[in-house]
Design a protein. Sequence first.
Length: 164
Amino acid sequence: MSEQQATPKTAAVITVSDSVSQGKRKDESGPALAAALTELGYDIAAWETVPDSQPAIERVLCRWCGAVSLVVTTGGTGIAQRDVTPEATRAVAEKIVDGLAELMRSSGLQHTPYAVLSRGLAAVRGRSLILNVPGSPKAAVESLHAVAKILPHALDLLAGKTEH
């Protein structure tokens, strides 16, 4: 069997927050995620902020899916009225990857009982994987680390590298 080239590890970080997008609050989770992704060997191709608006989130997800292998959103995953990141992700997704979201929540329970309130999804659009992580910098990075070992294999599969 010939050795296959690894899938390029490119990522976009999308912070979903009304207050951050309006300049009323500093983005802390986006930089924390970008740093964690860089440590994991990902090239950060984009880092954007959008308001808690389903159409705005859908547009940014569609723009980056296909351009990068991994799109990570932070924020908008809770149960508050304006938390619509999972709805936007579901609307643009071709497949939902329940196990990754379950793993992130399960890992979060080791740190806080509130992890069960996260409705974040993991989904596929084209050859890109979307991860919704919480808006807290600590919880966002913990969620990413919970699935970090699985991501390279998942991204290889999406890139068409299906030989086992």
